[in-house]
Design a protein around this ligand. Structure first.
Ligand code: SAM
Length: 282
């Protein structure tokens, strides 16, 4: 029996169901249930919340979420080999765990859930970044979720929370910080996982703001930020010149030096420029 619930230890579950980690599915499992319970606590108060977990695998984090009181967990797992292990958890917590076997990039989980909704995941890093961008760019704000608690490669986590002035600051930081409070809540060494990856990892917790930090049209802001950071070594008057014939005047009006580079510009200035661009006749 494990420390957080009456279920068997994860090593035993993995051995019994022959869940050898598959590299192509980005499988690096967390086996320490005290650690998975800690990650679940970093997601905030789960009682009264529905939680979407992406990539439960053998269910270490799933068990943390349920032990920490999540009302209902909807777990989306691509690897059918994990289903029998997850069924045992479901039986232990009757009516609280619903597992969908499929690709999280293709499944719309909303039909199965009741707000408030939190999202928690320890995912392969490429899938994690793609999902993060989708969750940060819905058509309407506030989004369907209250918070995201996601494991990333440490370097990606640092890009999400980066402030202007350094190499880590870019589109991901602007996208995340414009409409959420984002912070790194935990860092994990490679040995926390089985098998151990080559890199360190970090958990980022993002809380949706009721409205964006500064007003701007998301499409225009995205265009400005993409153009600015795609050529991040260039001055903005050059990297943004395709956006408007009078871009230098607009930059000056937004309080931005036309000779500055994108990585020096804060959110408020990017939003001011996006508003001026949206209003400027061409
Ligand atoms: N949550 C478990 C843990 O913390 O030990 C497993 C984490 S492992 C890094 C990533 C999990 O995501 C694996 O179980 C893998 O099969 C699953 N996965 C990979 N790609 C996926 C996708 N596109 N949709 C759903 N699950 C996916």
């Amino acid at each position: 029996m494990s420390a957080i619930d009456g279920l068997p230890p994860l090593r035993e579950v993995i051995a019994r169901h022959d869940l050898r980690a598959k590299k192509q599915l980005g499988q690096n499992f967390l086996l320490d249930l005290n650690l998975t319970a800690k990650i679940a606590r970093a997601a905030g108060d789960l009682t009264g919340c529905d939680v979407i977990e992406v990539g439960p695998g053998p269910g270490g984090l799933t068990r943390g979420l349920l032990a920490e009181g999540a009302r209902h967990v909807l777990a989306i797992e691509k690897d059918a080999r994990a289903l029998p292990a997850l069924a045992e958890i479901s039986e232990f917590y009757p009516g609280r765990l619903h597992v969908i076997n499929g690709d999280a990039l293709e499944i719309d989980p909303l039909a199965h859930l009741t707000p408030p909704i939190r999202i928690v995941a320890n995912l392969p890093y490429n899938v994690g970044t793609e999902l993060l961008i989708r969750w940060l760019t819905p058509a309407e704000w506030p989004p369907f979720w209250q918070s995201l608690t996601l494991m990333f490669q440490k370097e990606v986590a640092e890009r999400i929370v980066a402030k202007p002035g350094g190499k880590a600051y870019g589109r991901l930081a602007v996208l995340a910080q414009w409409r959420t409070d984002a912070r790194i809540v935990m860092t994990l060494p490679p040995e926390a996982f089985v098998p151990a990856p080559k890199i360190h990892s970090a958990v980022v917790h993002l809380t949706a703001l009721p409205e964006p930090r500064f007003p701007a049209d998301p499409k225009v802001l995205n265009r400005v930020v993409a153009a600015g950071f795609n050529q991040r070594r260039k001055m903005l008057r050059a990297s943004l010149k395709g956006l408007h014939p009078q871009i230098e005047d607009l930059l000056n009006a937004a309080g931005i030096s036309p000779t500055a580079r994108a990585e020096e510009i804060g959110l408020e200035e990017f939003c001011a420029l996006a508003r001026l661009l949206a209003a400027a006749p061409r």
